[in-house]
Design a protein around this ligand. Sequence first.
Ligand SMILES: CC(C)(COP(=O)(O)OP(=O)(O)OC[C@H]1O[C@@H](n2cnc3c(N)ncnc32)[C@H](O)[C@@H]1OP(=O)(O)O)[C@@H](O)C(=O)NCCC(=O)NCCS
Length: 168
Amino acid sequence: MVTYRFAVPSDAAQILKYTKIIGSESDFLSYGAEGLPVTLEQETRFLHSIQADPYNRFFLALDGEQLIGCSNLSGSNRPRFSHRRELGISVLRDYWGKGVGTGLMEQMIQYAKGTGVELITLSVRADNLRAKSLYRRFGFVLCGTWPSYIKVGSRSFDVDMMAMRVRP
Ligand SMILES: CC(C)(COP(=O)(O)OP(=O)(O)OC[C@H]1O[C@@H](n2cnc3c(N)ncnc32)[C@H](O)[C@@H]1OP(=O)(O)O)[C@@H](O)C(=O)NCCC(=O)NCCS
């Protein structure tokens, strides 16, 4: 059974291992097989710091004890930006198409609704049809496209900006 919860500092090692796996399975993320460029200490400190930070939330999807998906809502306490969060999401390839992404989206949007967030934004490689289909189903709309915004090896890809109004 898949369960969802907030990440805690003791998840740091499993999260870093996860980013190496998903980074090798998908070219749609901002990193590859090297995973996130942070140490275990830095990741632990980060997870500790966001526990008391209402602008940053990190969600996990677990199959039993195994980490199978991650998502996050990141924001700023600057008054002019504090109504907005940026969304990120990934699920291990073995679990694609089984509703785990949907479950993480539901967790994040429910959290956003309960905490006064007004707008969620995200960026997605324009050819990432699976992710865009998921986002559209949750009410995200296309706001524009950055040409050649991301480079994977020597290939450049356009990136779409999408947004969803949580409340008017
Ligand atoms: C994008 C991602 C998070 C989706 O997670 P998931 O668990 O597969 O999502 P779900 O099973 O809940 O839904 C998948 C959607 O993709 C659709 N889909 C499945 N295969 C597809 C395909 N080949 N092309 C287009 N859409 C496809 C499903 O029908 C479903 O669409 P719906 O939302 O309209 O019903 C996951 O595939 C992933 O981690 N991809 C790699 C990393 C990534 O791209 N992250 C997003 C970066 S912006």
